[in-house]
Write a protein that binds this ligand. Structure first.
Ligand SMILES: Cc1cc2nc3c(=O)[nH]c(=O)nc-3n(C[C@H](O)[C@H](O)[C@H](O)COP(=O)(O)OP(=O)(O)OC[C@H]3O[C@@H](n4cnc5c(N)ncnc54)[C@H](O)[C@@H]3O)c2cc1C
Length: 472
């Protein structure tokens, strides 16, 4: 167990690690440093001093206490699928990875709860619950790698927010280790607990700057049995909003309402080698998932679907006839992020608007980008039912990275001013991390940021935990 050359780790600290933790707890192996020092953003050079792999909360607690004593900076790390650089270690910190803390308890069928360690992979939790007809309804394309702790630390959204809400709604209890090594048990498995400030809520969505989440009691719900998936071709973005209005007015339970543009569909088709669902292309597409009651049959949709065409709300449409076809339609939406990353370097924005402001915002956005940033090809998609738009741009093949980043910086300023004008958020679900730090003030007032800093100082007075994330 040696520290790398130029390491910021004191020799006395290393000696304590050696005598108090298992021999495989700590590594400075270059491949591990590279792999655990980054997340999905691929923007920052990974430069951790070391990575540690605790197996228990006690190990996390003793490690954090030691780091506090030696003023060592720590980055909590989950599945590293984050898109804001929150789990990145680029300045010699020690990465605390939760990969070995992945045990999943037994489902409590009466309370509909499940206790897990924070490193449990999101999809494994789904797989544990599914045979019992239950689920933890936090769902998105990266669920095969993301961890429960990361989901909670980012208050993750995803494709089912319109039906179930954000991660915050599905966490009953948390176990958290603070920077000085204290273990906080927050709310246990209580549905109701009005005993002062609910500290659990502070940690949900705090991007690992207040404490390390080590365990959670998750709240479960019943798996929807009959989900029908539709894919529509539409005239433009306004038609997407008109269709959304129509679906909201219907008596049906919406499970997902996702939109994408033709550019996004082409990117997925190119990358995944999948056919288009339609003979011709359309400027915009919607993937709609509706939940049907167990006693109904699929023909309940037919009159309503016909009316969509009669009212010219949609130009084309298809309807999955089997689970396989439903998965194929979902690939067209869920494959976008991955496909764009494979096509080149992607600059991402993840914004939210009040749904009522989406129409005017998009009009303003399209005009601004056409007149001021025509050189950028925009890939627009998102969870429209939640007012959440992903605005991605792909670096053109002949550009160098610096030129692209400078252009995107200008374009971002215009985008964020528009977001502010329409009372939106500069980060809907990915968080602030390192990537959106400069944009925080577009969505939060100086007074709010002051309060956040004061909370940070309470839990981490030396500023050692996930330093430089959210704010400096
Ligand atoms: C293809 C793709 C699709 C995606 N789709 C969505 C989507 O639809 N909706 C959405 O919300 N996100 C989405 N994401 C982003 C990402 O998957 C989520 O933010 C996810 O919740 C991150 O979990 P993770 O375990 O990978 O966290 P990491 O990336 O490892 O970490 C994220 C943040 O949480 C902190 N953290 C991690 N674990 C802990 C812990 N135990 N205690 C304290 N802090 C911790 C880290 O320090 C960091 O700040 C997508 C990502 C990809 C690559």
């Amino acid at each position: 167990m040696d520290a790398p050359e130029n390491s910021l780790i004191p020799v006395e600290f290393l000696a304590k690690i050696r005598s108090n933790f298992p021999s495989d707890f700590f590594t400075t192996e270059p491949d591990e440093l590279r792999s655990f020092g980054r997340d999905w953003t691929r923007v920052y050079e990974p430069k951790p001093s070391a990575v540690v792999f605790p197996r228990t909360t006690d190990e996390v607690s003793r490690f954090m206490k030691l780091c506090s004593q030696f003023a060592i900076r720590v980055v909590p790390s989950g599945g590293r699928t984050g898109l804001a650089g929150g789990a990145v270690s680029s300045a010699g910190e020690i990465v605390l990875s939760l990969v070995r803390m992945r045990s999943i308890g037994e489902v409590d069928p009466l309370a509909l709860t499940l206790r897990v360690q924070a490193g449990a992979v999101t999809q494994s939790v789904h797989e544990k619950c599914a045979p019992l007809g239950l689920t933890w309804p936090v769902d998105f394309a990266s669920k095969g790698s993301s961890q429960i702790g990361g989901n909670i630390a980012t208050n993750a959204g995803g494709v089912k927010v319109i039906r179930y809400g954000l991660t915050r709604n599905w966490v009953l209890g948390l176990q958290v280790v603070t920077m000085n090594g204290d273990i906080l048990e927050l709310n246990g498995a209580l549905e109701k607990n009005n005993t002062g400030i609910d500290l659990r809520q502070l940690f949900i969505g705090s991007e690992g700057v207040l404490g390390v989440i080590t365990e959670a009691t998750l709240k479960l719900t019943h798996l929807a049995e009959n989900l029908d998936v539709f894919f529509f071709g539409l005239q433009d973005f306004n038609s997407v909003l008109n269709l959304f209005r129509e679906v909201r007015r219907s008596p049906f339970q919406i499970s997902a309402f996702e939109c994408l543009t033709e550019a996004c569909l082409l990117a997925v088709r190119e990358n995944r080698n999948v056919p288009s669902p339609f003979q011709q292309s359309y400027p915009a597409y919607v993937l709609l998932e509706l939940e049907r009651s167990p006693d109904s049959t699929r023909d309940i949709w037919e009159p309503w679907l016909s009316a969509l065409f009669e009212k010219n709300l949609v130009l084309d449409g298809t309807w999955a006839q089997s689970a396989r076809e439903a998965r194929e339609l979902w690939v067209l939406r869920e494959g976008i992020s991955e496909s764009l990353s494979k096509l080149g370097f992607v600059h991402k924005n993840d914004i939210a608007l009040p749904i009522a402001n989406l129409g005017p915002f998009i009009e303003d956005f399209e005009h601004t980008f056409a007149s001021r940033h025509a050189e950028l090809k925009v890939y627009l998609f998102g969870h429209i039912g939640d007012g959440n738009l992903h605005v991605n741009t792909l670096m053109p093949p002949h550009w160098d990275r610096l030129q692209f980043e400078k252009t995107c910086e200008q374009a971002d300023l215009d985008l964020f001013h528009l977001v502010q004008k329409y009372q939106g958020s500069v980060s809907a679900e990915h968080g602030i991390g390192l990537l959106k730090k400069k944009a925080l003030h577009f969505s939060r007032t100086p007074e709010e940021i002051q309060c956040m800093r004061a909370i940070k100082r309470t839990f981490d007075p030396q500023g050692l935990l996930n330093p430089g994330k959210i704010f400096d």
